[in-house]
Write a protein that binds this ligand. Sequence first.
Ligand SMILES: Cc1ncc(COP(=O)(O)O)c(C=O)c1O
Length: 403
Amino acid sequence: MKRTRAQRLLELPSYPFARWSRQVEDVARRGVDVIRLDIGSPDLAPPEEVIQALAKSAGDPSHHGYGGYRGLPALREAMADYYRTRFGVGLDAEREVVPLIGSKEGIVNLALACLDPGDVVLVPDPGYAPYAIGAALVGAEVHRFPLVPEHGYLPELNAIPRQAAERAALLWLNYPNNPTGATAELEFFSQAVEYARRYNLLLCHDAPYCDVTYNGYVAPSLLQVAGSAEVAIEFNSLSKTYNMAGWRIGMAVGNADVLASLAQVKSNMDSGMFQAVQDAAVEALHMDRDWIAARNQAYQERLEVVLQGLQAAGIKARRPRAGLYVWAQIPGHVATLNHPEWNSERFALQLLEQTGVAVAPGSFFGLAGEGYMRFSITAPACEIQEAMERIVSFTELGRFSSG
Ligand SMILES: Cc1ncc(COP(=O)(O)O)c(C=O)c1O
């Protein structure tokens, strides 16, 4: 064989979670009782009505053909209805909504749709890896801007070097944020829209956690900013809102020209979604919001277990208003600044090997994530409780070594 791997794959940023997952599995194989708080895959079931809608649709013999390039009109309408009722945002279901096979698919395909080699993409650090991976796949250049606690993990857009901003074709934002748990208000989104206009770039907001919120917090959509659809699109997903991560269903909404390009890529790449999944998604999007509120209450209880455990362990963490994660400083946080050999991955590995608790090292989300770790609340409260007890004794006994 002349080739088994294209050059572009060699140039992709490494995906540390793949390596990490192998390490976690190795530890489990050695017989350690592993508790996984490192990944954010919802463990709770989707709504019962949605499962029934899936089964009913799958029982129809005419529903097994290709699902259609643009998705069922009823699905696009349901997505537009969701934006209208949830955010007060009106969308043209024909031109301003593209159903996706999970939002990750759309995030990466957007790079094929809108970027050329040499274009610059502005990406948050720490951040969700596919923003940079899409750019790398098409030979675009990534400029990372830092999210720091002093600014509530909101970027200082005016601190992005002017030269990078002028060359940039696209800016990524993500609130409620993975991994920091930070949230943004409409005022910030207005500034971001203003910035996108000033530099003539496409603003992409990724909002899969907008309906996983606590203590009455209501996350806004960037599209609530008047005129934002002239420069912006938003990605959304049923993965976290309805515990449907494995079903692979999301959406891109907003600027019609950008979405036409994305739809063009997709029509050459995939052949739509299974109709039963689309019918079930319509059911989910039309449900009243009590189910979401009850599910968020269950997450909130888990969140309290993590936060109390971290406090007992003397580990500094932010209380998130939304999302599935707690972003916490690793013990010896300051040492990470002075001793490069002490880092979040090393801490996470020691924690894993000595206690069986798996957390995500902050460095996996970018250089600015160094010194932190991310706890996910997608495990039952009793498992989280057990994990936190192990962490408390691990830190009490000083069983980790910071060099
Ligand atoms: C910030 C962010 N965006 C997008 C996704 C992808 O979600 P989906 O399941 O819709 O592909 C995730 C998944 O964890 C995420 O954390």
